[in-house]
Design a protein around this ligand. Structure first.
Ligand SMILES: Cc1ncc(COP(=O)(O)O)c(C=O)c1O
Length: 470
């Protein structure tokens, strides 16, 4: 057996290694159950990784939502919760943090992102109006539809091709947007819904040039522009790295400029903002804010807590400040990229370029023999769990749901399995274990068969659907 000289990861890639800008103060033990137990757990969960118990999971890459490790400062903030029903001091800290880092005038806390999506959809969409956006997101589109809107995808075509190396695959296609406005009339466009980064496209960013151009087009037609700011900090990293003129600008500065082109934003603070629960909605317009401030009382809670405890708002205010630090974002995306580079080197098909929050396995190319109607991405998530207890998530035909008119499956071009990396939680060694497991499943891919859906919930079916082996 040849003995290779051990090299650090940095040496292997011909560069100096980087390290996380934190050290570990508290640990949570992990446990791996046997393959037989995993087989049983998977059958019990109907081959849906959302229905597994987390005790049966070894490395949990289901989502980066609410799974981050909070800092010692955030935990200290939890002890400073002012649990007053109204006017909690923590609300004012949160309001100040959002104003300072995102630049919006009015801020409402919500229990999580979809609470904010619900409110903005109810207030800003009239039944029958169109909502163009840069690719759909599951909960966002559903709230837009429940408010009577019709979502229209206006992302550039490159976003639907997992092999295309466009540096800003989240960009809006201005011709598509212009054509929609022309066709239906500006009065029938509720607003433009712009997400940075784009989750369903593989965590792909939007360029500053594109948001400026979308803003100009909207302004010419009197159409509002709202952001899904869930991973806007990660989006800013890609602008800093890839767009001319931004290399010397801080992430915080880039986030602020990006937001300045919009009329408001909704936020799932469980991602970028480093908390386990929470969200917010922010707008600039006074009248729209009045309406939202009234509606929030019905669905979330009084406008100074919106479904959150005082301590949650304090942790969130601190999380916002930590989330825009350059060294944090660099190491967060660096870890995702590390996993992506390993898999790419080994010839495993993933969405390129590697995005901000996850590595997306391209299940179409991974299992070319499994037709889309037999859920290749769902199958891949199940196989990975069986191999090593690693939990991932389907982002393909199951997530895309059904066409509201025809009742047929929506069949997205992208059929992906998402390995989502929680922030500040796992180490490089965990990433190595993940990569080796993906490789093992890839090596045995020829003998893997697909799945059949046996139970299908009406809304957001991917969360609770059940499957069996064909
Ligand atoms: C881009 C995007 N928008 C909105 C949401 C919804 O947020 P939440 O899960 O906090 O309701 C998510 C959550 O996954 C998301 O990724």
């Amino acid at each position: 057996m040849t003995h290779l000289k051990p090299e650090t990861m940095g040496q292997q890639f011909g560069r100096r290694s980087w390290a996380e800008p934190w050290k570990i103060k508290m640990v949570e033990p992990l446990r791996m159950i046997s393959r037989e137990e995993r087989e049983r757990a998977l059958v019990e969960a109907g081959y849906n990784t959302f229905l597994l118990r987390s005790d049966d999971v070894y490395i949990d890459l289901l989502t980066d939502s609410g799974t981050s490790a909070m800092s010692d400062r955030q935990w200290a903030g939890m002890m400073l919760g002012d649990e007053a029903y109204a006017g909690s001091r923590n609300f004012y800290h949160l309001e100040e943090a959002v104003r300072h880092h995102y630049g919006f005038r009015h801020v409402l806390p919500t229990h999580q992102g979809r609470g904010a999506e619900h409110l903005i959809s109810q207030v800003a969409i009239k039944p029958g109006q169109f909502v163009p956006g840069n690719m759909y997101f599951t909960t966002t589109r559903l709230h837009q539809e429940l408010a009577g809107g019709h979502f229209v995808d206006v992302i550039i075509d490159e976003a639907h091709d997992p092999e295309d190396l466009h540096p800003f695959k989240g960009d809006v296609d201005l011709d598509k947007l212009g054509a929609l406005i022309e066709r239906v009339g500006a009065g029938q466009v509720a607003y433009v819904s712009l997400a940075g980064t784009v989750n369903m496209a593989g965590g792909q960013p939007v360029s500053m040039a594109n948001v400026r151009a979308v803003r100009d087009l909207c302004a010419r037609h009197g159409i509002r522009l709202f952001l899904d700011a869930t991973r806007l900090v990660e989006n800013a990293f890609f602008i800093q790295e890839r767009e001319a003129g931004f290399a010397d600008r801080s992430i915080a500065d880039i986030v602020l400029e990006f937001c300045s082109y919009s009329d408001g934003a909704w936020m799932s603070a469980k991602k970028d903002n480093l908390v386990n629960i929470g969200g917010w909605l922010a707008v600039n317009d006074d009248d729209q804010f009045e309406e939202l401030r009234n509606l929030i009382v019905v669905y979330e809670g009084l406008h100074t807590y919106g479904g959150l405890a005082g301590r949650d708002m304090e942790a969130l205010a601190i999380g916002i400040e930590e989330s825009v630090q350059d060294d944090h974002v660099r190491s967060r995306i660096g870890q995702v990229r590390y996993l992506g580079e390993l898999l790419t080197d080994w010839g495993i098909p993933i969405v390129q370029p590697v995005g901000g929050h996850a590595v997306f396995l391209d299940a179409r190319r991974f299992f070319p023999h499994i037709p889309q109607d037999e859920f290749p991405a769902q199958t891949l998530a199940a196989e990975l769990y069986l191999d090593s207890g690693i939990r991932s998530m389907e982002r393909g035909i199951a997530s895309a749901g059904r066409d509201a008119k025809t009742g047929d499956h929506n069949r997205p071009k992208l059929e992906l399995t998402r390995l989502t990396i929680p922030r500040r939680v796992y180490t490089q060694a965990h990433m190595d274990v993940v990569a080796e497991s993906v490789k093992a499943v890839h090596d045995g891919r020829g003998s893997t068969g697909g799945l059949r859906m046996t139970y299908e919930p009406k809304y957001l079916r991917f969360f609770q659907a059940r499957f069996e082996r064909l």
